[in-house]
Design a protein around this ligand. Sequence first.
Ligand SMILES: C[S@@+](CC[C@H](N)C(=O)[O-])C[C@H]1O[C@@H](n2cnc3c(N)ncnc32)[C@H](O)[C@@H]1O
Length: 655
Amino acid sequence: MERLAMETENITDKNIQKILELFPNVATEGVNDNGEIVRAIDFNKLKQELSEDIVDGQETYDFTWVGKREAMIEANRPIRKTLRPDRESSVNWDTTENIYIEGDNLDALKLLQESYMGKIKMIYIDPPYNTGKDFVYRDNFTQDKESYEEELGIKDENNNKLFQNTEANGRFHSDWCSMIYPRLKLARNLLSDDGVIFISIDDNEVDNLRKICDEVLGDYNFIGTVARKTKLTSNKGTFLAPSHEYVMIYAKSILIAKSFNDTEAQENSDYLKLFKYEDEYSKYNIVGLYQPSLDPLRGCSNQRYYIQCPDGSFVIPQGTVFPTIVSDASFVVPKSTQDKVWRWSYERYLQQKNNLVFIETKTSPLVDENNRQSKWNVYTKIYLKDRLETGMLPVSFMDKYPNSEASKDLIKMEIPFSFSKPKNLIKYLIKIAQIPTQSIILDFFSGSATTAHACMQLNAEDGGNRKFIMVQLPEVCDEKSEAYKAGYKNICQIGEERIRRAGKKIQEENPDKKIDIGFRVFKVDDTNMKDVYYTPNETAQKQLGMFESNIKDDRTDEDLLYGCLLDWGVELSLPHKVEVIDGKRVHIVNDQEGFEPDLVACFEDSIPESVIRKIAEKKPTRVVFRDSSFVSDDNKINVEEIFKLITPDTKVKVI
Ligand SMILES: C[S@@+](CC[C@H](N)C(=O)[O-])C[C@H]1O[C@@H](n2cnc3c(N)ncnc32)[C@H](O)[C@@H]1O
């Protein structure tokens, strides 16, 4: 039963509603005196609606929403977090170069900035579409928490409350824009100069996404939007039954991006069947040299001439003016639309006439020298070899790979996840963008890890070694869900299990191929460092000595090592081994024969000089110790001197 309000109506709200019914375009969002976001009227727009003249105020082209400035700041705000390795959930830790990150992608993208800046060739994302049910977020950019508390109930693994964006939220679109904006800004930094980003989206936010991408990625880098058929039939909806969505595509730099090529279309057997003729050069298809659609009066002045057929007769498209018949007779200018023309100019015909194909037919659209229907038709050759070399552009309407393919795939694998994309769609995108066989592909809304599956599958097919980085929020599975009943506590567990099963199957199907089906799992967590260490201004220097260690007690050597890799911009996928030198554990990252290791770390206490010397002799690019590894400042200076002497180019740091 509804409650009595026991207070007077808000007349302003009612008035706003009335105006919006008349002029929906003047709607905006604003902040009231209590700092709450409310629906409001854009008075300049309303003034414009009521005036025949241009109203005062400078016009600017911009796209904004409530919280945009905060979202801009959010992208740049530093975080005190790290990625902690989780060997137990990983597969083939020591050999794999694939990465799976559990955590909020905003944190993950910030943490990856140093190590992966400019290194990602392709990003595919399938963010929540903002359907009113699918978009959850931690409340870090909203201003009015209390009023939303009741709608909630979703949590992440660490018991952080997640808010569901329902349409009742006055800043429904603003919140989504604020969510995607900083993530795209950070993602852009990771793209290589020739990199591309593909974003799946539907009608809910396609226009906002386009404007945000234009701003963040540059409108000149817009490659296009593919309209993609998601369902073959549907009768669900209100006015229309939605059965398509989009893939929006931007290049990091349109000038450097590789051209797209739809090799699948070329490999398609129906397409190949078209090339049913063959000469000494290649298989070929034929296309009529006469096309009725050509307008004779538009730039076709030298396209009307006789062509001699194999039996000596001459042919020409129908018309009223005819050239004099001599061999290779020159052209005549068409006088009206009755004077049909060839596709080729007269000059081109002279150059390439030996390559024409003449076929006898009863339905020729051509006339002979007596203006009677010819028994010949004339064709040009389209060589398969040339087509394979120049490639085919992918069409911007995609009617293959419906979503039902994804569901079937997951059912077969017994993976309970509802909103997955077909793996062949992602495989197709990797192929059309010609993503090199040695490259990193990132998906930071990875869900059931379809992108990882597609990447491994394509590697198996073409011998590539593309690596993936998946990021996924450990969103807790609803207790009533199939996934929960099947034992999955959160979506990360689903994604990781999908990669395990897919990898196993791919390897079984390709027993002779070496495919990287492993992945290293990392979890976003708070920094390894105790807070007090990094707030020295608040803590007198002398107090520092009171703390035994500046590192949190629950952190392992490996936690510290990977924290250092991130801080120092080293990739997380590099091979790592441990050597015990004079009783001390020393971590060595990327120790390849003939090359200096990328990083060597020793986090033990009281490291003797002998160990320092042996580390220096490896001439690593970077070395890191714990501050507490050295008993005194003299000890530290001594270490610096040893490195200066043995390997002056090595950078030495402490944590
Ligand atoms: C539409 S699903 C992606 C499905 C995926 N393409 C597939 O094929 O399985 C979007 C995913 O993004 C995740 N997600 C939403 N917000 C996130 C965030 N802030 N960080 C990481 N993942 C997030 C959701 O949990 C959901 O699994």
